[in-house]
Design a binder for this molecule. Structure first.
Ligand code: HEC
Ligand code: HEC
Ligand code: HEC
Ligand code: HEC
Ligand code: HEC
Ligand code: HEC
Length: 273
């Protein structure tokens, strides 16, 4: 399917979906806003790449941060808990001086764990500050070749890769693995979320999410720590990038993979491959 057809299918699906979900007519401007928040149809290697630009036009090319490469080695917890990176784009305040002092990117890009943010050799700057993403794309293709496939997001089934032991993830930067709390036994069973709408049942596994994330990545900022305690939790808001969509529009498989969360639904939007 070519891009134009995909966009058309997407439009039609949203045209039907949005009004039924919100209980009110979907206006053209509302639809436009939603379309802007649906990034998943780009090429797999660019899904989850965050382009970091200085607040006021800097001297360097913007820095690129590829999630796929980093999550192939580290759990989300390392960065979004230990190193204090925000899970909302642009909120961390990453700076040159912070990097040089060993914070943020500089916590690893120090010449020991990974190539350094400091001055030598000069061309290393361009591994982050660059507009030429072809080398990164090649690196992705080599990596993805060995991973279980998915038609969405990065084109990689990350959860399956973890289950199958294909990702050996470091969970802490400390010299000794920090003692991690165990998943409380009452959370070992999947939660049944969803509404009374047909086939809207949702499987949510604390176990699978906890494997890479900390409780505080979701509670209390995204979800109340109480069954059905989350107000205004709806599919429409998911699509706008709230709740599940905080991750499942940006880094984890995108919202277009309906069947990934709703076992009773078929994927409606065109996936890849
Ligand atoms: C590991 C990735 C990485 C490397 C390597 C790196 N930087 Fe950066 N740099 C960043 C990020 C992220 C920011 C913050 C986002 C921003 O302000 O653009 C930043 C910000 C900057 C800024 C402030 C913003 C601007 O454009 O003026 C300068 C200057 C800078 N870096 C220079 C360098 C130089 C010089 C090198 C090589 C000696 C280098 N950086 C290497 C990631 C990196
Ligand atoms: C090596 C560090 C690192 C790892 C590992 C990592 N992230 Fe991130 N993440 C970042 C950085 C850096 C940003 C950008 C923060 C900023 O702009 O202030 C970010 C941003 C995000 C965003 C917002 C993206 C956007 O486009 O708005 C989400 C969602 C996110 N991360 C989720 C995850 C999840 C889920 C995982 C684990 C599967 C993960 N991250 C693993 C460093 C990391
Ligand atoms: C938890 C450790 C860690 C943190 C934090 C981290 N990185 Fe990395 N990064 C790595 C490792 C390890 C590699 C692989 C290095 C290699 O292959 O030489 C890497 C590779 C990269 C690459 C690929 C470069 C290439 O030439 O293929 C880019 C780009 C990059 N990091 C950008 C960033 C930026 C920007 C930040 C901060 C926003 C950041 N990283 C924070 C560990 C980290
Ligand atoms: C990926 C996001 C995510 C992570 C990580 C996460 N939770 Fe949750 N949690 C949820 C969601 C979603 C709900 C359901 C909220 C609702 O129904 O409003 C929930 C519900 C709960 C509930 C209520 C369960 C019930 O049956 O009543 C408890 C208790 C809870 N979480 C504790 C934790 C703890 C402890 C951790 C860390 C070990 C954790 N959560 C990690 C998303 C998460
Ligand atoms: C903080 C980030 C985050 C939030 C919030 C989040 N997830 Fe996830 N979820 C992930 C990551 C990372 C994975 C691993 C798979 C991937 O990256 O595609 C995942 C995987 C899944 C899987 C697949 C598990 C498997 O075994 O295949 C399901 C189903 C899922 N999430 C449902 C949900 C639902 C439903 C919500 C909202 C109630 C939610 N998630 C909220 C990050 C998140
Ligand atoms: C990342 C997980 C996730 C994905 C992917 C997902 N949903 Fe949902 N969906 C949910 C959750 C969680 C709820 C329940 C919200 C609540 O409890 O109110 C929901 C609820 C719904 C509902 C019930 C009405 C409503 O607004 O709550 C419909 C209809 C629905 N989803 C359709 C879809 C369709 C169509 C797709 C694919 C385009 C999709 N969903 C993809 C998590 C997901």
């Amino acid at each position: 399917m070519n891009t134009a057809t995909r966009v058309l299918v997407l439009l039609v699906v949203l045209w039907v979906l949005v009004p039924t979900m919100s209980g009110q007519g979907g206006s053209r401007s509302e639809l436009g806003r939603i379309l802007e928040t649906i990034p998943p149809d780009g090429p797999p290697w660019s899904y989850g790449n965050v382009v970091l630009r200085p607040a006021r036009g800097g001297r360097m090319d913007p820095a690129v941060f590829p999630h796929w490469l980093h999550r192939s080695r580290y759990t989300c917890r390392v960065c979004h808990l230990e190193l204090g990176f925000s899970i909302r784009r642009g909120e961390t305040g990453i700076s040159r001086s912070g990097n040089l002092a060993g914070r943020h990117c500089g916590a690893c890009h120090n010449g020991k764990v990974a190539f350094s943010v400091s001055s030598q050799p000069k061309r290393q700057c361009q591994r982050c500050h660059t507009r030429d993403l072809k080398p990164l794309k090649r690196r992705f293709e080599q990596f993805a070749a060995g991973m279980p496939e998915s038609r969405f997001g990065n084109g990689i089934d990350w959860a399956a890769a973890l289950r199958e032991g294909l990702r050996d993830l470091q969970d802490s930067l400390g010299t000794e693995q920090q003692t991690r709390m165990r998943l409380p036994p009452n959370l070992a069973r999947d939660l049944e979320l969803g509404t009374r709408a047909p086939r809207s049942g949702v499987r949510f596994s604390h176990r699978e999410h906890f494997a890479e994330m900390d409780c505080s990545n979701c509670h209390p900022d995204i979800f109340q720590i109480q069954r059905s305690g989350t107000e205004l939790f709806s599919m429409e808001r998911n699509i706008f990038g709230w709740y599940c969509g905080s991750c499942h529009m940006r880094v984890a498989f995108p919202m277009s993979h309906c069947n990934g969360c709703h076992p009773g639904m078929r994927d409606r939007l065109p996936g890849r491959r």
